[in-house]
Design a protein around this ligand. Structure first.
Ligand SMILES: NC(=O)c1ccc[n+]([C@@H]2O[C@H](COP(=O)([O-])OP(=O)(O)OC[C@H]3O[C@@H](n4cnc5c(N)ncnc54)[C@H](O)[C@@H]3O)[C@@H](O)[C@H]2O)c1
Ligand SMILES: [Fe+2]
Length: 384
């Protein structure tokens, strides 16, 4: 029997005001001309103001440089442009500031710095990705956990689908989890990004790959989210809740080294075909996905329920699942995440393409129970 292999990531600085350490840390990493990668929305956010002050406003264009063209659900073109900005300005490291979108672009841009003109669609044919420029990740949403991940999710030109570019060399050298940078995130985005983190924890815990460390991390992530996400949505300035959500989001991403499941396979096409925010797409599919998995594997969600604080230890398998799933449904509804896909512009005409893309998506290959094309159709119909 071949051994199960697991490993563990990244130096992380956590706490309100942690970003003040950035200049010192850049020196230690020998980064003297960083490229800051972000998106247009961030330019007017408090988080960008703090980063500008930390790096020196007057130094922009001299000692640090800016690329802010990242799209939500980032495109190949964003990666090409960011790598171009890096080379034009003779940069020596990347600082990505933002949600998962800028983080994924900043992470992947180093590939094209190393191999200009390379076609990202051929990523997996390339054996050697050593020597990438150092990468510093500063999340301003608490959801994707991309800051501690080895993957970058980019929509490729050739397929118009989200490709997961995965390589250990993509890991950040340093992560700042500074809750002050997420204070300005509006409640809807706080809720949707937090639901992404929750989905990561639930799907990775229930995915059958052997990784007991990830299982423990996923369950603690669920406990943190159940406590902190409603508070962060109610009061965006609750630093404690914001901090716990940042930590939980990073934990969710560490946990999904194991892999994910059917909900993420449903969510990815909702972003590529219908432009939906990734976290919202997960939130709207999560309960249906959990019901489907529980039917095939009774008792699957008992420990998820325990982590959420429910007294389901002595229930039957079916009751433990039911109570846990009902709790998650109420939890999401309390955050305003209980709409239908059609309320977000998804139409019955989209169904065939959604089903086809979801089935091709790799996440469901590690789902708790196998998923067929017919299952995807039924699941989408349920949430439509
Ligand atoms: N690499 C991974 O492991 C991984 C995992 C999950 C998701 N993803 C990807 O991450 C992307 C989604 O990331 P996301 O959910 O963080 O959203 P996002 O990065 O697309 O950001 C959404 C919006 O929030 C705004 N925003 C971000 N921080 C803000 C702040 N502090 N204040 C005000 N506005 C702010 C942005 O300007 C943007 O308009 C998707 O493309 C998804 O596929 C990647
Ligand atoms: Fe996700």
């Amino acid at each position: 029997m071949s051994p199960a292999i697991f490993s563990f990531p990244t130096t992380t600085l956590f706490g309100a005001g942690a970003l003040t350490e950035l200049p010192k840390r850049l020196d230690a990493l020998r980064i003297q001309r960083p490229l800051v990668v972000t998106d247009p929305g961030l330019l007017s956010a408090h988080a960008f103001e703090v980063l500008q002050q930390t790096l020196g406003k007057k130094e922009q264009g001299r000692n640090w440089f800016l690329y802010f063209g990242v799209h939500p659900n980032p495109l190949q073109q964003d990666v090409v442009e960011a790598a171009g900005a890096f080379r034009t300005n003779d940069c020596d490291g990347v600082i990505a500031l933002g949600g998962g979108s800028p983080l994924d672009v900043g992470k992947a841009a180093r590939l094209l710095v190393r191999r200009p003109g390379f076609d990202l669609a051929k990523f997996y044919d390339e054996p050697d990705w050593s020597g990438l420029a150092p990468f510093v990740a500063i999340p301003t949403t608490a959801g994707t956990g991309s800051e501690v991940g080895r993957s970058s999710v980019i929509t490729l030109d050739s397929t118009r689908r989200k490709a997961v570019i995965f390589h250990p060399q993509l890991l950040a050298k340093l992560v700042f989890l500074d809750p002050e940078l997420t204070l300005g995130l509006p409640p809807r985005l706080t809720a949707a990004t937090g639901a992404d983190a929750l989905t990561h924890c639930i799907e990775s815990y229930t995915c059958p790959v052997f990784h007991p460390m990830c299982d423990g991390i996923a369950l603690e992530g669920i406990r943190l989210i159940v406590d902190a996400l409603p508070r962060a949505c109610r009061d965006g300035h609750d630093l404690d809740a914001r901090g716990k959500m940042l930590v939980a989001a990073a934990m969710g991403a560490v946990a999904f080294q194991k892999d994910l499941g059917v909900v993420h396979s449903m969510a990815h096409p909702l972003s590529t075909l219908c432009g939906m925010h990734h976290g919202l797409a997960n939130a709207l599919c999560l309960v249906a996905g959990m019901r489907f998995c529980a039917e095939g594997k009774p008792g699957l969600y008992r420990r998820v329920g325990l982590a959420a604080g429910l007294e389901v230890m002595k229930c039957s398998d079916a009751e433990a699942d039911q109570r846990t799933i009902e709790f998650i449904a109420r939890f999401l509804a309390g955050l305003g995440l209980n709409t239908k896909l059609r309320d977000q512009g998804v139409k019955p005409e989209h169904l065939d393409a959604l089903v086809a893309q979801a089935f091709e998506d790799p996440c469901h290959k590690t789902n708790a129970v196998p998923v067929t094309v017919a299952d995807f159709r039924k699941l989408y119909q349920e949430v439509l």
